[in-house]
Design a protein around this ligand. Sequence first.
Ligand code: G4P
Length: 530
Amino acid sequence: MTDFEKEINRRRTFAIISHPDAGKTTLTEKFLLYGGAINLAGSVKGKATARHAVSDWMEIEKERGISVTSSVLQFEYGGYCINILDTPGHQDFSEDTYRTLMAADSAVMVIDASKGVEAQTRKLFKVCVMRKIPIFTFINKLDRDANDTFELLDEIEKELGIATCPVNWPIGSGKRFQGVYDRDRQCVITYSDTEKGTKEGESVEVPACDSKALGAVIGEEAAGTLIGEIELLDGASAEFDLGLVRAGELTPVFFGSALTNFGVEFFLRHFLEMATTPLPRKADKGLIAPAENEFSAFVFKIQANMNKAHRDRIAFMRICSGKYEASMEVKHMQGGKVMRLSQPQQIMASERKILEEAYAGDIIGVFDPGIFSIGDTLCMPKEQFCYEGIPTFAPEHFARVRQVDTMKRKQFVKGITQIAQEGAIQIFQEFNTGMEEIIVGVVGVLQFDVLKYRLENEYNVEIKLENLPYEHIRWIENKDVDLDRLIGTSDMKKIKDLKGNPLLLFVNAWSVGMTLDRNEGLILSEFGRG
Ligand code: G4P
């Protein structure tokens, strides 16, 4: 294997998904700790400092009281080079969150052990399933009272429709949390609450077959329960199968406590062994293999105005093949131009580092003078191919937008179109009218505020938003559908996107089903064509 191949093979690029508060940030911080990217030891303010550092480059967004970005972090551990793509939760949940998953090779799903599968996890999970990427589950907060372990697994299987395979198994929870049983090595690793979770605790390992020794360490009652559960588990759960894991059909499940740093390194080690190296990507001329091709990348996210002073735009791209070297010339396929990428940087912790080189699997951010769009391809000047587009994800909130001062029509259209181009919002029109009536669709409601704020501050246009009751949007997959003859429901609204494609809006899911029933052969999709 050449050094070049080795560099690519040691890369692991994954996204972390969870419902807000499940512990994604805490887990990420612990990963970074192992990677030596941050140093928390002995610091009382450790967590706060680390959190600050991680999201420091988003300070501008914070000043504005909104956070609209996902960050990318890179660190080294055990010979691996790891790229973590953070998917923001809370109200700042947006299409970016979904798109980030398009740039990852696998996903880590963090679940709060006392809450189980929650709404946001479900949404993100759908995208992972669509992409068939491996999903690894970390069930967190075992230091607090947790739901029954079998029920948690059952919920994942039923709600998300993926088979589970526990790699370890918790012994009690909350005050009675005693550690985990490692199914592979058939031994118990005891829990110790470490000093503010700054390092992995001193664990004792006891072989589970020695019930006397086990009882002496975790107590006879707990030992009895554990042995019973293991028997049940061995009989009932899916066998571990790496092929199924990599196909996204089986999720390995790990238990731990990110806050007290228990089970985190165990997870990291196993995850790195099971997760895939950067995967080949589909392009119009076939699959592009990471190590067999020269540099190529696609844009998955555009971030505007990260630096207030410069009003710049950063295009984030995922390198899909080859190696990027400083000042090399690349071709922007959609623009048809050969160019040098300007100020390529890796966004790491608090600093933006100018890059000398980067490999397939890595994410780079480049200065965008307004030429890139989401889904664009970059490759070597002699090459000629485009990566598959990124699907448009279904917005769930809609509003009609009007500008307050009708004289500012031009700025309004320019502003809203540019913001839509960045992918923060989607814009639609009434089916039979022109641009005068604009309907905006967003994935998370915060995007409405972002839109209003940005139009006022960057384009000097004041707008009024009137919320619409629709929650479901469907793209029509049939090529030649006559919208006038479509039999819908009374709550259905026909709109079109900027390319003129017809779409349908519905207030509830029932109406979607009803419309499908009433129109034989109609095919509706939740994802738009990229
Ligand atoms: P998120 O990024 O998924 O939104 O979650 P985050 O890590 O911010 O964690 C949410 C809250 O849950 C935090 O508490 C965090 O300390 C806590 N937490 C995370 N992992 C564990 C765990 O393993 N055990 C326990 N008991 N708590 C955990 P907070 O009080 O909201 O924030 P903070 O004041 O501690 O920063």
